[in-house]
Ligand binder design. Structure first.
Ligand code: NAD
Length: 295
């Protein structure tokens, strides 16, 4: 049993914190939204009065916040979490943020810190089947690994500070480009009089195969569990994909690298958001490619 501080009890953080409670840990949680805090207390957690109070006294302190500005402010700024935590505590940020901010916060925290973004979505958070991609020191990872394993199924220690965020940015850039080209292929097939199922049957067994096709097919039918079968309700919202593509483009720019397909993917998702598609699953990009009116 560990004492854990958990700040950010939203769509992802709430089920992750509940899994830590189920595993028998004592968890002090905090969120700016009173209803989120009340839900956490109802699940058996201790509602802290502030982010710093959640961090104080904990063996492991975890954040699951929207973006880099929130993470910097919570740990190093007005949230005061790093200063409030025990000198021997391990700090873990599970939010998806930019690599530069992850490194800045880790360097400024004065305690061992890991960046540990996740994939697997809210269903993975509920079922404790998330994938964690982790950056930071070996000894901190070794100490926290059993706790991450109670919220996830696959853990990969990717390297030093920022390596987890780098892995997340690279993975989601690949996912976005795969999804867009898969959707383009289905739209082309429609124009050529080729059925969705026929293209799926060929490509899923050929060199066009990808996770976007076989697990998350952007047309209804071939993969019954994909969001296309339920009107593109997320899943993984297009707005979050656009955010992640912004992070990979910022990382590429910072590294002096051109990532042309990543840039086009960001431009397409930005247009999709401008047309009102941000709340739809990211596979609904096929509707933009077909020239459909959204909303
Ligand atoms: P969310 O908006 O549902 O939750 C964020 C929570 O943080 C909110 O409850 C908000 O009130 C709280 N918060 C913000 N600032 C705070 C502060 N200073 N102190 C305390 N609480 C604060 O977002 P989410 O869907 O849970 O996503 C969290 C992170 O996980 C994001 O970085 C997102 O990109 C990433 N992520 C999300 C998914 C997904 O499917 N939702 C999947 C993988 C990764």
């Amino acid at each position: 049993m560990a004492r854990i501080g958990f700040v950010g009890l939203g769509n992802m953080g709430a089920p992750m914190a509940r899994n830590l409670l189920k595993a028998g840990h004592v968890v002090a949680g905090f969120d700016l939204v009173p209803a989120a805090l009340a839900g956490f207390a109802a699940a058996g957690g201790t509602a802290a009065a502030s982010a710093a109070a959640a961090a104080a006294g904990a063996d492991v302190v975890i954040t699951m916040l929207p973006a880099g500005t929130h993470v910097r402010d919570a740990w190093l700024g007005s949230g005061g979490m790093a200063a409030a935590s025990r000198p021997d505590a391990i700090l873990v940020d599970c939010s998806t943020i930019d690599v530069a901010t992850a490194r800045e916060v880790a360097a400024g925290a004065g305690r061992p810190m890991l960046d540990a973004p996740v994939s697997g979505g809210t269903m993975g958070a509920e079922a404790a089947t998330l994938t964690f991609m982790v950056g930071g020191p070996d000894d901190a990872y070794a100490r926290v690994q059993p706790i991450l394993a109670q919220m996830g199924r696959t853990l990969v220690h990717c390297g030093g500070a920022g390596a987890g965020q780098a892995a997340k940015a690279c993975n989601n850039m690949m996912l976005a480009a795969n999804m867009i080209v898969t959707a383009e292929a289905f739209v082309l097939a429609e124009k050529l009089g080729l059925s969705h199922q026929a293209l799926f049957d060929v490509a899923s067994k050929s060199s066009g195969q990808s996770w976007a096709l076989t697990s998350y097919c952007p047309v209804p039918g071939p993969v019954p569990a994909s969001p296309a079968n339920r009107g593109y309700t997320p899943g993984f919202a297009a707005a979050l994909m656009a955010k992640d593509l912004g992070l990979s483009q910022a990382a590429a720019a910072g590294a002096g690298l051109e990532t042309p397909l990543g840039a086009v993917a960001l431009a397409l998702y930005t247009r999709f958001l401008e047309q009102g598609g941000g709340g739809l699953d990211f596979s609904a990009i096929i509707r933009l490619l077909r020239g459909e009116t959204l909303g």
